[in-house]
Design a protein. Sequence first.
Length: 135
Amino acid sequence: MQKRSDATNERTGSGDKEVEETFEEMYERVAMTCFRYLDFKNLEQVNNITPYEYRLLMKSKELQIVDKQYEIHLQAYLNMTAQARKQVGKKQRMVYTRFDKFFDYQKQLDKVMGIKKKSKFDGLAQFIKEQKKEG
């Protein structure tokens, strides 16, 4: 059995008594949830999903909300980081004086595209490998 909210209990005068949710109440709750969170536009869409699909869609929506919260907190953190200052003698200076020092756009693009930049140590590693083969 599902416990109704305090507002529902006050309206029915049942106090903390457990009341079974009727099919109509459950259907209305599911329909409103579909319209609110899943961008459904009509009842036909609600009627065409299975309970399993509904649970998956709602779990996915909850995960999207967590992702959005993560993005919001990351943005707040980056705002704080971008405004960071360091003590230089008696003065305070910004840690990041240029945007590209704060965020290397090209580096991120290269990472996504799988482009690996040559390291200054690549030649040294090759030299050591050759020396081991000769030695």
